[in-house]
Ligand binder design. Structure first.
Ligand code: TYD
Ligand code: MG
Length: 578
């Protein structure tokens, strides 16, 4: 390696450039480049030459710290190559965090030896959640909360507000504090199932959260070695400072170096590590993106409407991604949303206004009933614009185009506004059919029937594509009082159909095709005669009784399930048969 020149690093994503740029070509951040000196241990490329510690800490972005031994340049150990079937499974131990919604996004609890990043904008509630978690985690060993952001009295004040410690008691935690904390985090009576919920070992004083206010990495490491906590929260990683990694806190090198040391320590001592990171629009301090690749789990805190806070897993080596945890921010801290499935649903007595559709969406491992809202008005500026922050603009645009092309409803001279009640962001493909119906309803002024719930993906040709987890969607919708369900053929129904009652299964498979060449069983179901769609089968409305559950796997909620194969079918079924 030749002599390296000074270079520039993007504080948001760690991208390196030889010259200063106003905008990072990698992540698009503005004004995020900082100059780096080539010499010294902070140099990303100088790994080989620097001292052992710095070398193990600083890696260039992308080169992940592998799980194996330390890469100190001096001590080369002989590498062992192993056949995959001989690798021993390490039984990961999970800790119950005492907060169900957090357990859920972590994939069943906090993994010992693993690290989780909690990102989010300032003020969203990261510190609040971490303090609540620290108090409620069901662990016999100490929990250490390291704060470089707030002073001890500030943290104590928050703890009092959260009910973790009793107000005015000097220095010692209130007996039974854990129980109170539990009540705070576990929304209302139901979950406060045992006294001392927060600290399972009976709320003994020894189990209280240990605090330290420090941002110097060396001192933090020595506290860790001394206290040997099993759960560690570092709030926040942007305050970490180590002389080995340059002198300014919050730079990319500081962040990578500090986090790497902490993650290594957690892995070696089998502790669960939580790293809090601010997401900033400014490039002044490095963002959490820089260390996403180092940690096992990445959680992002987002704010939805009406005080709702959503914790979303975007990466999880020990669980599924796209899992979400739902909280509301109350006076006593973050409170779990008790009935997530129906939380986003508006209760309406009368008919739905035009433009609104109910949809069971699959988020992580559960189904949530949501309400998709569309408003269509003549374009203000000659060309159509789409205002949609909860559903991807491109998706809205595509569905509108398919509707326009196939059903001749004009959107290209309209402004389209899309919203989701409760403000949850939806990225799942199953929302396309309900979105299409909301758009159609908004444009035509015909409301979607109140009792209808829809799910399905739409192809560019207007086919309704099989969508996963239909059974669970139907069940959730039925539990919430929806009596009609419109969706595609179940992916899993294919296999199940052979065992299902013959005729019904055939109807489900044959489905509804337009254009006269009749599929399956003409007119078994509900024929409303609308424009030659006689071949609607497996009807629902007082249709041929037995065929109502057509094609559904045994045990599914079948009544009222209408399978549709094209967008045209769906429109005719939803709006024709009222
Ligand atoms: P905080 O957890 O400090 O956010 P972060 O660490 O992500 O920057 O605080 C979040 C906000 O929540 C803060 O503005 C105050 C508010 N809050 C409550 O409404 N209730 C509470 O019980 C607490 C502790 C905070
Ligand atoms: Mg904070």
């Amino acid at each position: 390696m030749g002599k390296r020149r000074d270079y520039f690093v993007c504080n948001e994503c760690g991208h390196e450039e030889a010259k200063w740029l106003g905008r990072c070509p990698e992540c698009g951040s503005w004004n995020s480049f900082r100059e780096m000196k080539a010499a010294g241990p902070a140099g990303g490329g100088a790994v080989g030459g620097a001292g052992g510690r710095a070398a193990s800490g600083i890696r260039s972005a992308g080169s992940r710290a592998s799980g194996g031994g330390r890469h100190s340049p001096g001590g080369h150990k002989k590498l062992e190559v192993m056949s995959i079937d001989q690798v021993q499974m390490a039984d990961g131990v999970r800790l119950d965090t005492g907060i169900d919604e957090v357990n859920r996004v972590l994939g069943g609890g906090a993994m010992l030896g693993a690290s989780a990043l909690i990102g989010g904008e300032p003020g969203i509630g990261k510190s609040t959640l971490m303090l609540q978690l620290s108090a409620s985690i069901r662990s016999q060993r100490p929990v250490l909360y390291i704060s470089g952001e707030e002073s001890l009295p500030q943290i104590r004040m928050r703890a009092e507000r959260l009910g973790i410690v009793r107000p005015n008691s000097k220095g010692s935690p209130a007996p039974g504090a854990g129980g109170k904390a539990g009540a705070g985090t576990n929304n209302g009576g139901a979950a406060a199932d045992e006294p001392g919920l927060g600290t399972k070992n009976g709320g003994a004083a020894g189990a209280a959260v240990q605090l330290v206010c420090e941002s110097d990495l060396d001192r933090i490491m020595s506290v860790l070695r001394e206290v040997k906590p099993q759960v560690v929260v570092v709030d926040s990683i942007q305050t970490l400072l180590s002389v080995d990694a340059g002198s300014v806190p919050g730079t990319v090198n500081q962040l990578k170096y500090g986090c790497h040391e902490l993650i290594d320590w957690a892995r070696e001592t089998d502790a669960a590590l939580f790293l809090v990171a601010h997401v900033t629009k400014e490039g002044a301090i490095a963002g959490p993106k820089v260390i996403e690749h180092m940690v096992d789990t990445v959680l992002y805190f987002e704010q939805a409407g009406s005080g709702l806070r959503i914790v979303r897993a975007v990466k999880n080596r020990h669980g599924s991604v796209d899992e979400i945890g739902l909280f509301t921010m109350e006076a006593e801290g973050l409170v779990q949303v008790p009935d997530a499935a129906s939380f986003f649903l508006e209760q309406r007595e009368a008919e739905l206004p035009p433009g609104i559709t109910a949809a069971p969406v699959y988020e992580g491992t559960r189904v949530l009933m949501v309400e998709i809202q569309a408003l269509v008005v003549p374009a203000k500026s000659g060309f159509s614009r789409i205002y949609s922050d909860k559903i991807d603009n491109n998706r809205v645009s595509r569905i509108a185009a398919v509707l326009e092309k196939l059903l001749s409803v004009r959107f290209s001279d309209q402004d389209i506004y899309i919203n989701v009640a409760g403000g949850i962001r939806l990225g799942e493909v199953g929302i396309e059919l309900p979105l299409a119906m909301a758009l159609y309803s908004a444009r035509t002024g015909i409301p979607v029937p109140k009792q209808a719930a829809l799910a399905g993906e739409i192809s560019l040709a207007g086919e309704i594509r099989p969508t996963a987890h239909m059974q669970r969607r139907v069940r959730t919708a039925a539990e919430m009082g929806f009596t009609r369900f419109i969706g595609p053929r179940d992916v899993r129904a294919k296999g199940a159909s052979s065992s299902a009652a013959g005729a019904g299964a055939a109807a489900g498979q044959g489905g509804t095709k337009i254009g006269g060449e009749v599929a399956g069983m003409k007119g078994t179901g509900t024929k409303n005669g609308a424009g030659g769609i006689a071949e609607r089968v497996a009807g629902t409305k007082n249709g041929a009784g037995g065929s109502a559950a057509a094609g559904l796997p045994a045990g599914a909620v079948g009544a009222g399930f209408q399978r549709v194969q094209t967008l045209g079918d769906a429109v005719r079924y939803v709006f024709g048969q009222r």
